[in-house]
Design a protein around this ligand. Structure first.
Ligand SMILES: C[S@@+](CC[C@H](N)C(=O)[O-])C[C@H]1O[C@@H](n2cnc3c(N)ncnc32)[C@H](O)[C@@H]1O
Ligand code: SF4
Length: 471
């Protein structure tokens, strides 16, 4: 792949759209559209349909605890410092509730055929090795986890011990995702996450010796005090450790929701063209090192499953990022967890004490959505666009029985402005993101096809209701 170099006119187009608060479409329709009257009964019905169709499953378990707050964090978590934990360990009541919830799901979907398991959070290794063994017994005692399943865990290197990893590997875990974020000491101090390179290096060494098949690093750009020089150094340290996959996220700054982000001074955050410079630097560094660029913000070594999925057209975008499990229905367990089925979404309540109480009565569903035919069509369109950089008109026509030109006449009209600006090309076969500009502005193109966003005319300047919040 060619290096990403933007001309000055391309930069001007990028600047025009980069500040829009557009969704990243980790789901379509996006979570704000889901309804609070879509509760346990709707979930039960949707799970019944999934089971009747014998759709293979992915299990997601959300473990919401962390020992310390990272000031940038947008995840659903509860901070339990070690001294508070010594007085009362929340892992115990968590596991009791998880068992009840797993029973509820298994009663409807049966053991299923589980091809993926993902422990996320929060920090799964907040649980002790013994608690992780019990968690695994809860899952494997109720669900049929297929031989060769992808079994992944997110780990915070600061709190993950060799014993944690040995236990997880012994249970059959084969993938690890490390929260790295940035190696620069000044950045780490500013975000309250001091995590020296040596800590990550030691963890990587353990994972390799124990035989985990694949290792992912999460990195973030847009953090306080990041510069082109500091990021270049962090990227060099990243490459030295040879992760198989890298997620390179743009910092989501929404202090109205994540109020702890208010500690960041505006003047300390990368501004102007710097976030673009940081992104382009990382893309070019990873491409040059031989990684494949996948979706919006993922990279993978060419022999890795994700890169194979890109070549084979089987990429899937979920709340856990890009995955290979295109056909899987996701059962979400734990507070805030999202169940993602062929025709429905359902999210659990977020606060863990509320979730623990709720599962004793029924499913802990707080909101969700049953997808109509138009939702499913547009969801597939988004998957193609974000995963493969192109909307395959004929594939959609065949799969959904539509005439693309007629069905999307309004959207194709709105797209003309983006065609003129060199963001996309549109012909009889496909709507295709250009490289590099379109690829960097994929969310703008996706927004045109999101039926729930108020339609906006690009030509008349940026609409007020989409003013800059998330970059
Ligand atoms: C649940 S955490 C990973 C596991 C563990 N808690 C840790 O931090 O090491 C999920 C990932 O979300 C990303 N993340 C969290 N807050 C973010 C934000 N505001 N913007 C972009 N990415 C964010 C981080 O890269 C983080 O590693
Ligand atoms: S980034 Fe990870 S460790 Fe930090 S607060 Fe968020 S979930 Fe916890």
């Amino acid at each position: 792949m060619m290096p990403y170099i933007l001309t000055e006119p391309q930069r001007a187009v990028y600047r025009r759209y980069a500040g829009l608060a557009l969704p990243r479409h980790t789901s379509y329709p996006t979570a704000p559209v889901w309804q609070t009257d879509h509760g346990p009964a709707a979930l039960r019905a949707a799970l019944g349909r999934s089971a009747a169709a014998r759709r293979p499953l992915s299990l997601y378990v959300h473990i919401p605890y962390c020992e310390r707050l990272c000031y940038y964090c947008a995840c659903t978590k509860e901070i339990v410092p070690p001294d508070r934990r010594r007085a009362h360990d929340p892992g115990e009541s968590f596991l009791r509730a998880l068992e009840i919830e797993a029973d509820r799901f298994a009663a409807v979907v049966g053991p299923g055929e589980v091809q993926q398991v993902h422990l996320g959070g929060g920090s799964p290794t907040f649980l002790s090795p013994g608690q992780l063994e019990r968690l695994w017994a809860i899952l494997s005692g109720r669900f049929a986890i297929a031989a060769g399943a992808e079994i992944a865990v997110e780990v915070d290197p600061r709190i993950t011990t060799h014993e944690h990893l040995r236990t997880l590997r012994g249970l059959g875990f084969n993938r690890v995702s490390l929260g790295v974020q940035d190696f620069a000491p000044a950045v780490q101090r500013a975000v309250n996450r001091v995590q020296p390179y040596e800590v990550v290096e030691r963890l990587v060494g353990w994972c390799r010796t124990l035989g985990f098949e694949s290792m992912n690093f999460d990195l973030i750009y847009g953090l306080p005090f990041q510069t082109v020089e500091s990021l270049a150094a962090s990227l060099a340290q990243t490459l030295a450790l040879k992760p198989d996959r890298i997620a390179f996220y743009r910092l989501a700054v929404i202090p109205e929701i994540f109020r702890w982000q208010n500690v960041f001074k505006h003047t300390d955050l990368p501004a102007g063209d710097l976030p673009l410079e940081l992104n382009v630097l990382a893309i070019n560094t990873f491409l040059e090192a031989g990684y494949a660029f996948i979706g919006l913000d993922h990279f993978a070594r060419p022999d890795e499953a994700l890169a194979r999925a890109l070549r084979e057209g089987s990429l899937h975008r979920t709340f856990q990022g890009m995955t290979t499990g295109k056909q899987l229905d996701v059962v979400g367990l734990g507070p805030s967890a999202i169940t993602q089925l062929e025709d429905a979404f359902a999210q659990n309540v977020k606060a863990s004490v509320v979730w623990q109480e709720a599962v004793t009565q029924d499913f802990a569903t707080e909101r969700g959505l049953t997808l109509g035919a138009d939702d499913r069509l547009r969801r597939e369109l988004m998957q193609q666009l974000y995963g493969h950089g192109a909307i395959d008109r004929h594939a959609l026509e065949t799969q959904f029985g539509i005439a693309f030109e007629d069905y999307f006449a309004a959207e194709l009209g709105r797209l003309r402005e983006l065609v003129d600006q060199g963001v996309v090309t549109a012909d009889a076969d496909a709507v295709r993101l250009t490289e590099p500009l379109g690829r960097l502005l994929a969310r703008v193109v996706a927004a045109v096809f999101d039926r729930y966003l108020p339609p906006f005319a690009f030509r008349d300047g940026l609409p007020a209701h989409l003013s800059s919040k998330v970059g």
